[in-house]
Ligand binder design. Sequence first.
Ligand code: HH2
Length: 281
Amino acid sequence: MLEAMHTWQTTRFAIDLSRPRVMGIVNVTPDSFSDGGRHADTTAALQHAQRLVDEGADILDIGGESTRPGAPTVPADEEWARIEGVLRGAMGWGVPLSVDTCKPEVMQRALDLGADIINDVQALGAPGALDVVARHPSCGVCVMHMKGSPATMQDAPVYDDVLDEVGHFLQARLQALTAAGIEPERITLDPGIGFGKTPAHNLALLRRQKELLRLGRPLLLGWSRKSTLGEVTGRPVEQRLAASLAAALAAVKQGAGVVRVHDVAQTVDALRVWEAAGLLD
Ligand code: HH2
């Protein structure tokens, strides 16, 4: 079990999670919540992606549609047009490439190009999405919990027990994916910080995150710059670096195998200090 928990099988790479890995965010969107429009064309996005790799990103997560609360949906062709050149350009870099999408059409095209991972905030819930990933012999997949949809998810979400509900959801998806033929080694699980959760829910997920390790798969956590950190610190999105680092380290301490971040260099440095002190053993 422990061995399996330490490997994430993806299209081209078996990613070793015996030490935590940093997934660098490449948003090729005009409207992402913290960096929308900064690298919205292929050239700028590739430059940004290259910088993240130079800074020590272990995985790149390329997205062409914002999932921020209230974000409009983008047609599949447009989403694909945003990310295709970035995927093609980065394919030879020797770094696992993840595609952040909910749409089966986009998943299929990305996998046809050789993408390593499908990262789906809808947990392969869209019609056809599970089939696309199951038909592929080896791609990795991250399934995330979200309550509601980006349009509605922050309308006063209510849980009896957020850990129970998220845990049961992830367990059910894990079962559905493996029943469809996706080997457990290909799957990571994400409780979905900020997706249909209040700050209290998100903080409970951090405090009790280790309970999710019982599901037997590595955890991927995305706290970077999220609004709960703004609530806690009183800071706007562009001033949440310190809070994001604290949350990433806390997530790792609580068992995360992968942290999804905007600020790769700083996160890598923070983890290096922990590693040097033997805190990652
Ligand atoms: N968060 C965002 C997007 N995708 N995927 C996973 N697995 N986990 C997350 O927490 C997660 C995610 C939102 O962050 P960002 O990509 O910066 O913003 P936007 O969705 O506005 O592009």
